[in-house]
Design a binder for this molecule. Sequence first.
Ligand code: DX5
Ligand code: ZN
Length: 214
Amino acid sequence: MSLIVAPSILSADFANLQRDIEMLNQSKADWFHVDVMDGVFVPNISFGLPVVQAIYRHAKKPLDVHLMIQNPDPYIAEFKKVGAEILTVHFEACTHLHRTCNAIRSLGMKAGVALNPHTPIEAVQEILEEIDLVLIMSVNPGFGGQQFISRTFEKVRRLKELIESRNANVIIEVDGGVNAVNAPLLVSSGADAIVAGNFVFSAENPLEAIASLK
Ligand code: DX5
Ligand code: ZN
């Protein structure tokens, strides 16, 4: 499988969202990474359902929705309605994670679990067969443009070993501070997908920046 690149809309120009979405449609990007923040689970508020729906109307690639919200259960069906293909919730934000992941899958979405930098990969070992993706946070969630935490390489390696030892069909995605320097190292550690916000949208040529990650 070739590397999946998911540019993060959080770093787009929200006053020119359609323009930036068209750019991503034309680019080598595989998914749209869509960061939803509630101001409770993380110390920032991004955007909610109507904006996700607006993105979906123009996006020609799957929406990879990353929920940084406390207790996401009441909103799972709502995110299905606005076009989420992959719905990722945080381990730290879900009391009944097994139930939450099953609810996501029962609506026909892929279920992802995100792990904060301090959360060990063992957090997902009892539900590996019930999920499709693990999102390893390589920054503390809440903001774009932060510095990559280098311990992530080791975490990705260990998660890859766990997934392979169980023969599980789970994608490893890495999110936060990803750039053209650390991306190849993440791939050699076992990452299948990478998210990039600041690296793509602050580049002079975002199309080239995306291609350089591939
Ligand atoms: C951080 C978000 C990330 C963010 C990545 O909380 O989950 O998806 O947009 O942005 P960069 O690549 O700028 O770190
Ligand atoms: Zn994200």
